[in-house]
Ligand binder design. Structure first.
Ligand code: ADP
Ligand code: MG
Length: 692
């Protein structure tokens, strides 16, 4: 009989030992194909290489022992529902007990007389040693425990899927499917960089033979992940280079000059000037601009965006400015529209909550070209929104949008210049990884006169003191944000918590105005509250995180965040960035009863620094890249092996190799296996279209 033809893309149920129930459990781990299972790598390993005699066991250690089952007993305890299973075991010299709780089916395998290899923790109970909840494996009678005495993989798993089951499944995947994993790196590259073979590396990651072999295998697989992505980016760029239509050349003209000379209430900082120069230089060319503007919260990115919009208008084109929340879109509109209109342009605000008729009217104006600038939210991405001649597309707070949304936005124009803005500094490893060829401008200073925000952790027992402080500052005319805890699972609970807090605080500070802001307020109401806070009729704004990004009320000097440990560091940094925008002193209070040592350290470190870059790096470590740069769910940064921070060198090498390969051979004709692997793994997420 011929062996069946197997492919890594076979559904995972083709792997021996995977039935419908396990197939569903594996799907929860994101494993759908046999190849996925091969690439499910251990989170850690257990070293079972040293067999200990039972007589040598000491409490607290983790050991492997080979022993025979002498007796077996299942017992219900007084506590309802708890059953204790005890096996008396012996290695011929010494007796000991192995104990499990609430395990079913053990009696069928742990028959008296059977030889078993146990692995687990040793406890001392009533003077006798016992193994608590040990893993075990039935040994052959001939006493061949050698092969079980290995470094054993411990996989990331999900409820209902035991390590034992996983080991068996990955084991059969290794046996039956690993041979179908062919080498795809070009030979010369592999020998130059001294990388072990791919199949061998996968095997080493599951069952390492030594630390050195494991490390070489891991680095090889990390290299693969970066290299495939970089090759994909390089191919995409070379395809785009062939087909992209030229962008309109839009050098700055009269409107830009007029704005810079007469309309701005301040002079640009050097950082802003440099960013504007970069952007103007890009926009003057017919290669579409693809630039990231990075500037910490409060560094003044909006005015840079304005100048980009005006340059587009100078060249007879339209501009579009996308923001993640209605509050922010409206704020940009209120700021920028008067300047744009004073210079003779027409500016419109396009958001989801507009009445259908108004929306349609604005869309008509954009399509005809009558409206020169559109500022808005996701409504800008709607199919019904089209532009006559989009010259520049600007995305504010870019990490809040997915890659596909950004793609939809730029495709509203024929070949517009694109500027994405962010306050979350994106480490270079990440920009390289995700964007490949994005140019970056950095505004590395704040406007003059800003003082750092005093940041303090406040334990709950000190809240009364905090409240009196808030009262004093508000009486002196300052404004306060109070952010309510974030309860992700339930918006309703979230809301209830915010409403209760609002009622309490309003009463406490009763003669002063207080307002409540959250995403579910009816249309018009959100605007009223925001305007009231802007004008100062409202001194205390109780809010959910809808004010997290972008909101700019320079008179606000105090930010209070409840239950601060629930927020990511970048999020806290954004919230803190809502204050300290004027020249006065300002504060950020993080209310928290840090439950764990780790949380305490995290908050402590945050209080001590205002460096957004350091915070973003820390966040990247803690939460992964998807959150930090807005590619969540896109599959692009879901590395199984590679680590964006630790593997910086590998990334640089992979990028260099990938780009030089594609420069020589854009169609990857010399390495069909690589091409094949690239398209099966990343073709869809990178939007690579197979060309003939
Ligand atoms: P962000 O970079 O966080 O988007 P904004 O564009 O909202 O920052 O600007 C923050 C505040 O700083 C605004 O009130 C803005 O008017 C002000 N601002 C911007 N640039 C300057 C400058 N060069 N000098 C003084 N104030 C400025
Ligand atoms: Mg902003």
């Amino acid at each position: 009989m011929n062996a069946p033809v197997r492919s890594l893309s076979d559904p995972v149920r083709f792997v021996k030992g995977v039935g419908p129930a396990r197939e569903a459990l594996l799907a929860r781990l994101g494993i759908r194909s046999a190849g996925d299972l091969l690439f499910l790598f251990p989170a850690r390993y257990e070293d079972r290489r040293n067999l200990a005699p039972l007589s040598s066991l000491r409490g607290g250690e983790t050991v492997s022992v080979a022993a025979r089952v002498a007796a077996f007993e299942r017992r219900k305890t007084a506590r309802k529902g708890l059953s204790v299973i005890t096996a008396l075991i012996s290695d011929g010299m010494t007796m000991a007990r192995a104990v499990w709780f609430n395990r079913v089916g053990l009696e069928k395998v742990l028959l008296p007389g059977v030889r078993v290899l146990f692995f687990g923790r040793v406890d001392v109970r009533g003077g006798a040693v016992q193994l608590t909840n040990p893993d075990f494996e039935i040994l052959d009678e001939d006493g061949d425990e050698e092969k079980s005495l290995a470094i054993v993989p411990v996989y990331p798993t999900t409820a209902g899927l035991s390590q034992k089951a996983l080991r068996r499944m990955t084991g059969s995947a290794l046996e039956d499917f690993l041979p179908s994993l062919g080498e795809f790196l070009p030979d010369d590259l592999r020998s130059r960089l001294r990388l072990p073979g791919v199949a061998e590396s996968v095997r080493q990651l599951h069952y390492p033979e030594s630390r050195e072999k494991w490390k070489a295998a891991r680095n090889r697989l990390a290299f693969d992940e970066f290299f495939l992505l970089q090759t994909g980016l390089a191919v995409r760029r070379s395809l785009a280079g062939d087909t992209a239509s030229p962008a309109p050349s839009l050098p700055p003209g009269r409107l830009v000059a007029e704005c810079l000379e007469n309309r701005l209430p301040f002079t640009l900082t050097d950082g802003q000037k440099k960013a504007v120069e970069d952007i103007f230089a890009d926009m003057a060319r017919v290669v579409p601009m693809n630039r990231l503007l990075q500037g910490d919260v409060g560094s003044g990115k909006t005015v840079v965006a304005l100048l980009g919009l005006l340059a587009a208008m100078d060249g007879g084109c339209q501009g579009a400015f996308l923001a993640p929340t209605e509050i922010l879109a409206r704020q940009h509109y209120l700021r920028l529209a008067p300047m744009i209109e004073a210079l003779g342009g027409r500016c419109a605000l396009l958001t989801g909550s507009l009445p259908a008729r108004e929306k349609a009217e604005i869309q008509k104006g954009l399509e005809s070209g009558e409206i020169s600038v559109a500022i808005g939210t996701h409504a800008l991405l709607s199919e019904k929104t089209a532009f006559a001649r989009m010259g520049i597309a600007i995305v504010d707070e870019q990490h809040r949008f997915g890659v596909l949304q950004k793609h939809a936005f730029r495709s509203k124009g024929e070949s517009p210049h694109v500027l994405v803005m962010t306050a979350t500094p994106i480490p270079r490893t990440l920009t390289l990884t995700v964007y490949g060829d994005l140019a970056v401008s950095v505004i590395n200073e704040l406007p003059p006169g800003r003082k750092p925000v005093e940041t303090r952790a406040v334990p709950p027992k000190k809240i009364p003191g905090l409240l009196s402080f808030l009262g004093e500052r508000m009486k002196a005319g300052e404004r306060v944000y109070w952010i309510c805890p974030l309860i992700e699972e339930s918006e309703t609970l979230d809301l209830a918590a915010a409403e209760a807090r609002f009622a309490e605080l309003r009463e406490r500070f009763s003669p002063l105005g207080a307002g409540l802001l959250h995403g579910r307020l009816p249309n018009g109401e959100k605007e009223n509250v925001m305007d009231g806070f802007q004008r100062g009729d409202i001194s205390l704004l109780v809010s959910t995180t809808v004010v997290e990004v972008g909101v700019d009320v320079p008179e606000a000097t105090i930010m209070v965040v409840e239950d601060a440990v629930r927020f990511g560091l970048s999020q806290l940094h954004q919230l803190r960035g809502r204050v300290g925008r004027g020249t006065g002193e300002s504060w950020c209070f993080l209310i928290c009863s840090p439950s764990s040592q780790e949380a305490r350290e995290r908050i402590g470190a945050f209080c001590a620094t205002s460096d957004g870059f350091a915070i973003a790096e820390a966040d990247l470590r803690l939460r992964g890249p998807g959150e930090v740069c807005g590619v969540r769910q896109s599959g692009v940064t879901d590395f199984r092996v590679a680590d964006l921070i630790r593997d910086r060198d590998i990334l640089e090498t992979a990028r260099r190799e990938a780009f030089s390969l594609v420069a020589k051979d854009p169609g990857l004709l010399s390495c069909p296996e690589l091409k094949d692997r690239l398209y099966t793994t990343l073709g869809r997420s990178l939007n690579l279209v197979e060309t003939a």
